[in-house]
Design a protein around this ligand. Sequence first.
Ligand SMILES: Nc1ncnc2c1ncn2[C@@H]1O[C@H](COP(=O)(O)OP(=O)(O)OP(=O)(O)O)[C@@H](O)[C@H]1O
Length: 767
Amino acid sequence: MEGGPLHQLEMRHRRFKTQHSTVHMRKQNAVCVRRAYKRYGTKKNPFLILEGLNMTVPKGVIYGLLGASGCGKTTLLNCIVGRKRLNSGEIWVLGGRPGSRGSGVPGPRIGYMPQEIALYGEFSIRETLKYFGWIAGMNNLQIQDRLEFLINFLMLPNADDMVKNLSGGQQRRVSLASALLHEPELLILDEPTVGVDPLLRQNIWDHLVEITKNGLTTVIITTHYIDETRQAHLIGLMRGGYFLAEESPENLLRQFETDTLEHVFLKLSVMQNLGCQSRSTLARSVSNVVGTPNGVFVNDALGVDNLDASDKSEISGEFGDNTSLSGRSGRSGRSIRNSRRVSPGAGELPVVPPQDIVPTKISDYFLILQNHHMKALIWKNFLWMIRNSPVMLFITLLPVAQIVLFCASIGHDPVSLPVAVVNYESQNSDCLTPLHCNSTKLSCNYVSYLKKKDLILHHYTSEEDANESVRKGLMYASIIIKHNYSSALQARMSDLRSTLPWDIKSSEIDVYRDVSSKTIAQFLQAYLYDTFQLFIQDYLETCDYDRHLLQFPIRMEKPIYGLSYPNFTDFATPGIILTVIFFLAVSLTSGAMLIERNEGILERSLVIGISGVELLTAHVVCQFVVMVIQSIMVMVFAFALFHMTLTGSLVLVTILTFMTGFCGMCYGFVVSCLCSSERTATYVAMGSFLPTVMLCGIIWPSEAMNYILRAFAVLLPLTKATESMRSILQRGWNLYEPTVYVGFIAIGTWIVIFLSVSVLFLKFNKG
Ligand SMILES: Nc1ncnc2c1ncn2[C@@H]1O[C@H](COP(=O)(O)OP(=O)(O)OP(=O)(O)O)[C@@H](O)[C@H]1O
């Protein structure tokens, strides 16, 4: 350096003084991070990752981001690409704030290679690049050109090889190719050279040097191979939530008088650990005025103490200054903690300058779905379904299988019930004479009526033995008929007024039941009553009486709605159809979303510019097709094959079923937003399935429910929809009936609620 220290100080002071607009300067850089604070955990128990970090990446440089595993490099990159938000501080990327309207970030201006492979194993290399190319707005010809170049350059195998069949290193290279494909302005590569052989690693670096030469492309790269970043123009050494240095590799090596960057990092870390030095002192030891390829100056703290306060804050901001004067208050001389858990309230920051207001056109508000995005997403979703066709076939047929099982197994009258009979009058012998008015073996005639009811009768000789068989669980009931049954019954019927108590008692048939199964016990009771009624009316006719004399004197006329003999299947069918369609849509949607998210492809798609609304819409389109097929098949099986009652409009039933499936899809979106793994999503789906079945009046009338629960159950998505469908099916009601349209309104409201929650979640939940 020329001149004395005073001259140098003067020169530097002048240089700093010329910078008037910090915001303007920040926008000139490819990336500019100022006073970034990022914590995980809760406010009470925070885990601080970025602690007042400043970073400046001028345009057209390769920026090597170095730091120990877990120091927060990926977190920083995620904040830069707009996938995570800082707790405080500012980030400028390509002149705008990530995520702000008109910034283009996230968007195709960025090429992002995350640390994970983040690709679909079932797609070929060509299909993978086609998907990302389409999202970036490339046409097929452009994609093909770049594909050929990247396959050769990255030494990839055949373009039609499936990603899952590639080695780990090859998969990483496909991931790198996806980031390089559309030649973005800013390339963010999280450990691209892991598992790559040294020759190819060198080629990759050469390529990065090549593409940054014209100053139009900027690269931020993280790596664990510290010495490979010698080819970077700038290196940021990250430790303890901020940068120990942000310099060119040559300067770091020169200042530390060492041959390897590893040693530089080691020395800086040791110095930081000494803790007695302020960060400005630390930086003073390592920094000097350094020219970057674009002539941008970095990290010079020398002489800044002589500047006035306003200058200091500008300098610390503008120069990616890791001496961070503005963020230094209260931290000077503090040693880095081994555990970076900090007390609540740490990290109070100066006010961040206001964000520029980007003028928005009205058309921006209508441009929610971009054609090339939708084309790529829908194509990708259908391709995924085709590649997973066995699973998709299973999922598509599952509702049909369930409705078939339901129709075949639920709601029918139980048959072949074993019953013990002790007939003391006929001694269990077969009836030799038909029913007639003077019969002395009426009991035997009644027993033959019971046989017609498809009961399996077992004859016993004593009441004790018959009851014992019930006690042992062999029979559902024992029927005991007394010695003089016929004469007692005839006496009872001939003169009601003077019937003796003895005859009343003897004309009764005693039944001992096992009522542990309420349904069976009720059916058996009904069988015995019905059979006896038929028997006694037939008997009356043989004695020339009107058979209606012994009919229960309340007459059930033909029902206004429903069948004369209503069955449980008809009652439960609407709820079962809606529940099956709803919950299969939940599991299909949440599963697809979680696979997309957990395989990392979602993150990647969002960084390249896909919006939450586009993502949801594409899933809705693809899964709606599946749901429509499922619903149509379910209805064909329920109404055409199993002849479930359908008196109303099939169109209304179909629309309601589609809406319910759509509502299930939207709930699936919410579940996938709230759950981090498929296992948790399965628990949530299962956890909501049973309450829905129990509370929505599907298997038992809601009128029988506890009144508080009933008030709550009314609000659930399927309660009103089930009532509505039941009314269409059984009563033949139309849409103008309140019960019917309330069901539609209820399910529509839930669709809006679930969709809004999902869209808001995708929009705002960033880290
Ligand atoms: N979502 C999260 N919730 C809580 N802690 C997290 C979360 N993501 C990351 N962390 C923690 O933050 C720290 C920094 O993680 P990050 O992935 O940014 O580190 P890194 O420097 O990229 O590490 P590596 O080089 O190993 O990839 C780690 O201790 C990690 O466990």
